[in-house]
Design a protein around this ligand. Sequence first.
Ligand code: FES
Ligand code: FES
Length: 395
Amino acid sequence: MLKKTLFINGVEKRVVVDPETTLASVLRNQMFLTGTKVGCGKGECGACTVILDGNIVKSCIVKMKDVEDDSQIITIEGIGTSKKLHPLQLSWIINETAQCGFCTSGFIVSAKALLDQNINPTRDEVRDWFKENNNVCRCTGYEPAVNAVMDAAKLIRGEVSKEELWLKLKEGTSIFDLSLLDSADIAKVTGTYKYDADLGLNLPQGTLHIKLVQAQVPKGNIVSIDTSEAEKMPGVYKVITYKDIPGTNRIILKKGEEKEVPIINDKKIFKEGDPIAMVLAFKPKLAEEAAKCVKVKIEELSEYSEPKAKDEELLPFEPNVGFAYLNERGKLIIQTRNKDLHLSSLAEGIGVPLEKLAIVQNNRESSIGYEFSPIKEGLLGIAALVTKKPVYLEL
Ligand code: FES
Ligand code: FES
């Protein structure tokens, strides 16, 4: 472990960190500065951009062993607040640049670094800056972000007032009042909007992280599953296969559709990625390591399968996240963003009476990019029911 002194948004913080952990993880998990988002986790989408000693960095790929003692770090939370928006944040709202808002923190931090060194950039310079620094927006592309930066620069140079900017862009309005701004927009530009992975940080200590063991072939018969090595690993709480499921292990994917599929594949593999086992551990890394030790023998059946499309571009997709727990009355709560669940089929598949199951939908206005299928809710339910602990799954 390393002991470091960091100045985060001007405040001195003493932290003890794992040298191999990332700056993004320390900011989010240890400092609870969840305005810094993690999308790709590979340095390619810009969602996690922060300013480290005056330079833009992708905090998801900066290891703590490479962060100097006494470093100055600026995150979105250090740029402005809901009561005192930075011109960039105000301009982002007025220009309607934040749609889902997942990329917004990274863009605004990046734009702040640009305006700190060039208060009068051209549109091309702004666009090039975002391209060079890998800030990517899947919802709007660059145009609205460039508009927002150009207007913010005018505000900072004093060429236009907030009121003039507001009236210019909001046709039909005659007053400018900060209290009229949409609270979700304010939360998105200040980094306080809660995405699913942020809500997951509210789970208590002792929450189990799930890593799936998934089929690597498109079609086949499962011959054997050996979980013994993974189960012996320290910190692994349990490895769950179809044998542990109290219910029927079958689920109807959509209301109105009668086709049943397994929650955890027991005999056959129908497509690549089908879940074969769940490893539950107190640390996500450990669950990941242990999942590699589960030995699965599959008799592969030949089938033509489309070659996998190569990712053209890594967009800042919000991770798909769900969690589950038993509440104080023993009711199974599955928290998700899925709006289309066949509840009675889910209850039967998991093995819980319908009245003992509740789905809590994360309070979100948008489900853009959300790909959790009912199978994942089934996996969460089974994991919480079998272990009697809160469980968290991120894909
Ligand atoms: S660049 Fe860090 S999350 Fe994508
Ligand atoms: S607003 Fe940029 S990714 Fe959605």
